[in-house]
Ligand binder design. Structure first.
Ligand SMILES: Nc1nc2c(c(=O)[nH]1)N[C@H]1C(S)=C(S)[C@@H](COP(=O)(O)OP(=O)(O)OC[C@H]3O[C@@H](n4cnc5c(=O)[nH]c(N)nc54)[C@H](O)[C@@H]3O)O[C@H]1N2
Ligand SMILES: Nc1nc2c(c(=O)[nH]1)N[C@H]1C(S)=C(S)[C@@H](COP(=O)(O)OP(=O)(O)OC[C@H]3O[C@@H](n4cnc5c(=O)[nH]c(N)nc54)[C@H](O)[C@@H]3O)O[C@H]1N2
Ligand code: SF4
Ligand SMILES: [Mo]
Length: 700
C-alpha cells in the first residue's frame, strides 16, 4: 500500500454503525463500468460492499454479483494455503505445503527450464482483475526477465480495438455520461442489462428524457425487450448492415458534407463500396426486412444527437474488425461527433494516458524477442507448440473454462509432463490441473489502481481487510519468485505504488495537477477531455481524421476499406458444413456470472440455475425438442448438455447458450466452449466464439 499519501477518510456509509470503518475501493472485474466501491468493515471483517454515491457512473449502485462480494470473499471454498498436487493431473487432489516449499520448488523448476530454453515457459493471464498492480505489472516484468514466451492477450477485445485503431486511431470515443443527452441510442452488439448496468441506467434516463433506443442484436435480450425497436440480424452480419446504412445515407443526401470534407479520409472510395449494399442485399444478408434497414437509416439520419453504444458482441466472429470499422465510420458520415451526446463508444481505454511499455518494462525482455503464443490457441499450443510448452503459470484467468475448444485445452493441461502453477481464489477448472495451487488475495485484501474501458476515470482501491489465511497478492508472489530465481533487477522489486506510478503519465494535463495524490485521497480522478473531443476531428490517426480508407491497412496487405466478411461457419462461406450443422450458436455472458467468475457463488449459481440454451420453436419442433428438455449441443469439436428453452426470443437458425459455467459444475462436465473453435478473426488475432455452427438433439 502507498506509504506517504493516505486516502481521505469516509465517515460513514448507509448501513454503517459507529466503530465501523468505510474504505474506498474499485471493482476489479472485466466490466466497462469499473465502479467506485465503499467497503464497510466491522471488527476486521468486510460486511458490506456498496457503490459510491458520488462517483459519476457508479451513482451508488452495484450489480448483483459484486453486491455479493463478502459472500464470495468469505466463501468456505476460498483457497487459503499453498497446495501441491498429490493425485493425477486434473483430479484436483492436493496437500498443503508452506509458501517457502512451494516457491522454492517453483523457482527451481522454472530456472531449470529457463536454463535450457526459457520460451518453454508460458504465463497465461487475463482479466480476473484489471488492476495495474495485480494485473500485468509485476507478472509481465518477471516473465520478460525470464525470456518466457510472450502471451498475445487477445481473448476479448483485440479485434474491435484493431478495427477502431485503423478508423479512429485507438480505443477512443464518447464520454459515457453524455449518453444521457442523446436522442437516439443504438445499442449495437451489447446487452447492457447484463454486462454494463451503469450504462443501462444512463440509457434509461435518456429514454425518460425522450430518447429512442434501438437494439441491434440477434437475440431479443432483456435489453432489446426494453428498447423501442429491435433489429434481430444474424450473427456476423453487422458490417453488411453498416454498409447498407451508408448506402442509404449517401443515396438520400444525408451526409454531413462539411464534417466529411474536413475530418475524414476516403469518402469517395467508401461511397463506391457502399453502393453495392442496396436495402435488398443488406436485408437478405442480415436476415431482416428491407423496411428495417430503411427505418434505421432514416432514424440515424434525422434524430440528433445520435450515439452508438457498441460492445464486444459483434466482434467474436471472423469479420470482427471489419464490422467494428464499418460501424465506426457511421458517426463521421453524419457529423454525429459534433455533439457531446453524439458519436460512438466501444472502449475508452485509450482516453487515459497509459504508459504500457514502462508499466511492464519491456526493457527487461532479452535481445532476441521470445516467440508469442496466442491465448485463444492455448489448446493447440499445449498440444503441439514447437518447442513444446513445459511450464505454464496461470493467474487472473481460468483458461480451461474460458478458452475455445475445451477438449483440446483439457488434453493440453492434462499432460503429465507439463508443470503448471495456478494463482487463484478458488479451485477452478484450471486449478484442478495445477502442480502448485497458490492462494491469491481478493480486491478487498490488496491495493490497486484501475483505469476503465467504459468511462474516463482512474480509481484507487485500498485494502479493506487483512489477507485471508495465507493468501498473498499476485505482485507480492511475483516479487518473491524473482528473488528466489536470483534476479537482482530492482524493477522486479518495485513496490505496488511504484508499479501503479509506472502505468500512466500522471503529469499529463489530461490527468490534472497532483493526479496520483488526488486519486489516492479522493478515490478517483476523471480525465479532462473536451465534452465533444472529436467535434473538430483531431482523431489520433496518422492523418488526424476518421479514416474510412486506411493507407496503413493497404500497406500491410489488407483491404483499405471496411467490408462484410461472412462467418467462416455459415451457409455463405461453408455450405457443406452448414448442411451438417445448420444452427449458428452464440454464447454471450450470463447476467449473474462474470465470465467464469462467480459461478461458484451459491446464491448466484442458484439464480442462473443450470446451463441453458435457447432455441426457436420451429427449430425445436423440427428436432422433437420441447421446452425443458435436456439437449446435447454438438459439432465436430465436441458437445455439451443444456436445458432447452424454446422461445421466439431467439431467431430461427440460431441457438443462444449462456456462458461460462465451470465444466465440473454441469452435467456432462462440458460448458459452451466444448463446441467453439480456435480460428482467429480477420484482424487483431481474436477469438471467434460466436462464429460457430452446431446441431442440437434431445439428450438420451
Ligand atoms: N454480467 C456480466 N457482465 C459482464 C460479463 C459477464 O460475463 N457477465 N463479461 C464482461 C466482459 S469480459 C465483456 S468483454 C463484456 C461484454 O459485453 P458485451 O459485448 O456488451 O456482451 P453482452 O452483454 O453479452 O452483449 C453482447 C450481445 O451481442 C449479441 N451478439 C452476439 N453476436 C452478435 C453479432 O454478430 N452481432 C450483434 N450485433 N450482436 C451480437 C449477443 O446476443 C449479446 O446480447 O461484458 C462484461 N460484463
Ligand atoms: N464461449 C465463450 N467464451 C468466452 C466468452 C464468450 O462470450 N463466450 N467471453 C470471453 C471473454 S470476453 C473473456 S474476457 C474471457 C474471460 O476469461 P478470464 O479472464 O479467464 O475470466 P474469468 O473466467 O472471470 O477468470 C478470471 C479468474 O481470475 C481469478 N482472479 C480474480 N482476481 C484475481 C487476483 O487478484 N489474483 C489471482 N491470482 N486470480 C484472480 C478469478 O477467481 C477467476 O477464476 O472469456 C472468454 N470466453
Ligand atoms: S462488475 Fe461491473 S457493474 Fe458490477 S460492480 Fe463491477 S464494475 Fe460495477
Ligand atoms: Mo471480455
Amino acid at each position: 500500500m502507498s506509504a506517504a499519501i493516505e486516502a481521505s477518510p469516509v465517515t460513514s456509509d448507509a448501513g454503517s454503525e459507529p466503530g465501523d470503518t468505510v474504505v474506498r475501493g474499485a471493482c476489479p472485474h472485466d466490466c466497462p463500468d469499473t465502479c467506485a466501491l465503499l467497503v464497510t468493515v466491522r471488527k476486521g471483517r468486510a460486511i458490506r460492499v456498496a457503490g459510491h454515491p458520488d462517483h459519476g457512473s457508479t451513482a451508488g449502485v452495484l450489480c448483483t454479483k459484486v453486491s455479493r462480494y463478502p459472500e464470495r470473499t468469505y466463501s468456505p471454498d476460498r483457497l487459503l494455503t499453498p497446495m501441491r498436487r498429490v493425485g493425477k493431473k486434473g483430479e484436483g487432489r492436493f496437500e498443503q505445503v508452506s509458501w517457502d516449499e512451494a516457491l522454492d520448488d517453483i523457482a527451481a523448476r522454472l530456472k531449470s527450464i529457463a536454463a535450457r530454453d526459457p520460451q518453454r515457459i508460458l504465463p497465461y493471464s487475463y482479466a480476473g482483475t484489471m488492476g495495474w498492480v495485480q494485473g500485468e505489472g509485476m507478472g509481465s516484468r518477471l516473465f520478460h526477465k525470464m525470456g518466457a514466451s510472450l502471451l498475445d492477450r487477445t481473448i476479448c477485445s483485440s479485434p474491435g480495438m484493431t478495427g477502431l485503431q485503423y478508423t479512429l486511431g485507438g480505443s477512443v470515443g464518447m464520454d459515457v455520461e453524455q449518453f444521457v443527452n442523446s436522442r437516439l441510442i443504438l445499442i449495437w452488439g451489447s446487452n447492457p442489462i447484463t454486462s454494463s448496468v451503469h450504462f443501462w441506467a444512463i440509457a434509461q434516463e435518456a429514454k425518460r428524457r425522450g430518447a429512442k433506443l434501438i437494439a441491434i442484436d440477434p437475440h431479443r435480450t432483456d435489453t432489446a425487450l426494453k428498447c423501442h425497436e429491435h433489429i434481430a440480424l444474424m450473427p456476423g452480419t453487422d458490417a453488411a448492415l453498416a454498409l447498407g446504412l451508408m448506402h442509404l445515407l449517401i443515396a438520400e443526401g444525408r451526409i454531413d458534407q462539411d464534417y466529411v470534407a474536413r475530418h475524414t479520409v476516403g469518402f469517395e472510395a467508401l461511397a463506391e463500396r457502399a453502393s453495392a449494399w442496396t436495402p435488398a442485399r443488406t436485408a437478405s444478408v442480415c436476415g431482416i426486412s428491407e423496411d428495417q434497414v430503411r427505418s434505421l437509416a432514416h432514424d440515424y439520419a434525422t434524430i440528433r444527437p445520435a450515439a452508438i453504444r457498441l460492445n464486444y458482441g459483434m466482434q467474436r466472429v471472423y469479420g470482427a474488425a471489419n464490422a467494428v470499422r464499418a460501424v465506426a465510420c457511421l458517426p463521421a458520415l453524419i457529423g454525429a461527433w459534433r455533439d457531446p451526446a453524439g458519436g460512438l463508444l466501444l472502449s475508452s481505454s485509450h482516453m487515459v494516458p497509459a504508459t504500457p511499455a514502462r508499466h511492464v518494462r519491456t526493457e527487461l525482455l532479452p535481445g532476441a524477442r521470445p516467440r508469442t503464443i496466442n491465448m485463444v490457441e492455448i489448446g493447440d499450443a499445449l498440444l503441439a507448440a514447437d518447442p513444446p510448452i513445459e511450464a505454464v503459470v496461470v493467474y487472473n484467468s481460468n483458461p480451461v473454462a474460458v478458452a475455445p475448444e475445451s477438449d483440446k485445452v483439457i488434453r493440453g493441461f492434462a499432460r503429465e509432463d507439463l508443470f503448471t502453477v495456478v494463482l487463484e481464489h478458488f479451485q477452478t477448472d484450471t486449478a484442478d490441473y495445477a502442480d502448485y495451487l497458490l492462494p491469491a488475495t481478493t480486491q478487498l485484501e490488496h491495493f490497486d489502481v484501475h483505469k476503465a474501458y467504459g468511462h474516463w476515470y482512474v480509481l484507487a482501491n485500498q485494502p479493506a481487510i487483512e489477507p485471508l489465511g495465507q493468501a498473498r497478492s499476485n505482485s507480492d508472489v511475483f516479487r518473491d519468485l524473482a528473488r528466489r530465481m536470483g534476479y537482482t533487477d530492482p524493477l522486479l522489486q518495485a513496490s505496488d505504488e511504484a508499479i501503479a506510478r509506472d502505468a500512466m503519465d500522471w503529469s499529463s494535463p489530461l490527468a490534472g495537477p497532483e493526479a496520483y495524490e488526488r486519486m489516492i485521497r479522493e478515490g478517483w480522478i476523471k480525465m479532462r477531455h473536451a465534452d465533444a473531443p472529436y467535434a473538430e476531428g483531431s482523431f489520433p490517426t496518422p492523418s488526424g481524421k476518421c479514416e474510412f480508407y486506411s493507407e496503413r491497412l493497404k500497406r500491410e496487405g489488407h483491404d483499405p476499406l471496411p467490408d462484410w466478411l461472412p462467418n467462416r461457419e455459415s451457409r455463405h462461406a461453408d455450405p457443406a458444413l452448414a448442411a451438417r450443422y445448420p444452427l449458428a450458436m452464440i454464447s454471450p455472458p450470463a447476467r449473474h456470472f462474470l465470465n467464469s467468475s462467480f459461478v461458484n457463488v451459491a446464491s448466484l449459481q442458484a439464480t442462473e440455475r443450470e446451463q441453458r440454451c435457447e432455441i426457436h420453436p420451429d427449430d425445436a419442433a423440427a428436432r422433437g425438442i420441447a421446452d425443458g428438455d435436456q439437449v446435447r449441443v454438438f459439432n465436430d469439436r465436441g458437445s455439451f448438455l443444456a436445458r432447452a428453452r424454446v422461445s421466439d426470443r431467439t431467431r430461427r437458425d440460431l441457438v443462444v447458450a449462456w456462458g461460462l459455467w465451470w465444466h465440473k459444475l454441469v452435467p456432462g462436465a462440458r460448458n459452451v466452449n466444448a463446441v467453439t473453435g480456435q480460428a482467429l478473426t480477420d484482424l487483431g488475432r481474436g477469438p471467434t466464439f460466436y462464429d460457430c455452427l452446431v446441431e442440437v438433439e434431445k439428450a438420451a
